[in-house]
Design a protein around this ligand. Structure first.
Ligand code: MG
Length: 397
């Protein structure tokens, strides 16, 4: 028996064609109920399914990999159409494309994306010149400027010491990387960056923002707090951030090459209104109301005099998220009808409903356990009595 089947049997199964669960029923009345900080139940079948993303492929030195299906590609080796000079809107960059990579032309200035964005997963590959020249900050220097404001340093630090907070993949001037995972000079290096910008509301800091960086697959920045705009020599003070900005790549006087640049937008954080996590009480109750309303709307579509059970269970399910007089009324009516219909059955017909009746009884037990309906609720008591009279809870010999 596989894990899913095991879980499914432990809970109450409802197969609801309208909600798309017909092919893969999920357990309900199963995990811990919502509380003041969690709008969903544990293992909630109503919680939205993750979006499907087709993964890309890894790069080799010879060939860049393929981005994942939902990536926004900024540079694919063929065109600078998504880029401009940092001097002003619409001014073409003097950076050039060579062998599928864009190359900084020293003295031409930063290059920036025409589009602006904020929180992201960013993938960038870069290579310092194969001919090693200069030392410390003077060797293969460039930079990935997130929103144009936070520099993740690009520097040829292969056998090239420099100050730690200015190392390749440092958050410049703030956080040295935890390791030097660079390949030899001239080879392509892969940066995978998770960027969460600082969030201010009304001039007040709500969330400082964070940078996580992998260099060639090695974790070097672990959710490092952003202290503010990065800068040279002077320590910057936290100050309000915009919500979006252009991605910029630095001209630091070295012909550094870039390829395979793409990003994925990240969903909002809880402080921005996301409802997928540990929430404030007011946000939790608002979300519970919303979930309950959508389940009640669904319950109303399940009305079927020939089979009242799906509708009844759906109304019951809505009560897990929010008390509601209409839902309570419908549960009372339908559960009364359900119990009466069982009492009318011939013994063999009733016996055939053993598993169903026990499941419905378990659903009422669940609601009682989380104090959603009373222990003495009429339908619960009646179903407990039927199960007892039939000996259905007795262990099989
Ligand atoms: Mg730099």
């Amino acid at each position: 028996m596989n894990m899913f089947r095991h879980l499914a049997l432990a809970g109450v199964l409802i197969t609801l064609s309208t909600t798309g669960f017909a092919a893969s029923p999920l357990p309900r009345f199963y995990g811990d109920a919502p509380d003041n900080h969690h709008p969903w139940t544990i293992h909630d079948p109503n919680r939205p399914q993750p979006a499907v993303v087709t993964p890309g492929t890894f790069s080799t030195q010879e060939q860049p990999g393929k981005p994942p299906s939902d990536a926004k590609v900024l540079f694919d080796g063929t065109s600078l159409s998504k880029w401009e000079a940092d001097e002003g809107v619409g001014i073409p960059t003097k950076w050039i494309i060579k062998n599928g990579a864009m190359e900084c032309v020293p003295g031409s200035g930063f290059i920036r994306t025409k589009e602006t964005f904020g929180d992201c997963q960013l993938h960038v590959e870069w290579a310092a010149p194969t001919k090693v020249e200069g030392e410390s900050q003077g060797r293969g220097n460039s930079g990935v400027f997130l929103m144009g404001l936070v520099e993740v340093q690009v520097l040829d630090n292969f056998n090239n010491p420099t100050y730690a907070d200015g190392f390749a993949s440092s958050v410049y001037g703030q956080h040295p990387p935890m390791a030097n995972a660079l390949r030899p000079s001239g080879e392509f290096q892969v940066y995978d960056i998770v960027f969460r910008r600082p969030i201010y509301r009304g001039g007040k800091l709500i969330d400082p923002g964070y940078v996580t960086v992998f260099v060639n697959g090695v974790l070097v920045q672990d959710h490092a707090i952003i202290e503010g705009v990065t800068g040279h020599m002077a320590r910057t003070k936290p100050a309000p951030f915009p919500d979006q900005g252009a991605l910029k790549l630095q001209d630091h006087g070295n012909p550094v090459r870039y390829r395979n640049i793409w990003y994925r937008e990240l969903p909002p954080r809880i402080v921005e209104g996301s409802t997928d996590g540990y929430l404030t009480t007011s946000a939790t109750l608002a979300k519970r109301k919303q979930i309950a309303a959508s389940i009640r709307a669904d319950a109303a579509t399940l009305k079927n005099d020939a089979d009242i059970l799906p509708e009844m269970l759906r109304w019951m399910e809505s009560l897990v998220y929010e008390k509601n007089s209409e839902a309570s009324k419908r549960v009372k009516q339908l559960s009364g009808q359900y119990v009466a219909s069982l009492k009318d059955l011939a013994p063999d017909k009733l016996a055939a409903k053993k598993n169903e009746v026990k499941s419905v009884r378990d659903a009422f037990r669940y609601l009682a356990k989380f104090k959603i309906l009373s222990e003495n609720y009429a339908a619960k008591a009646a179903l407990e009595q039927i199960v007892k009279d039939q000996g259905w809870d007795k262990k099989q010999p």
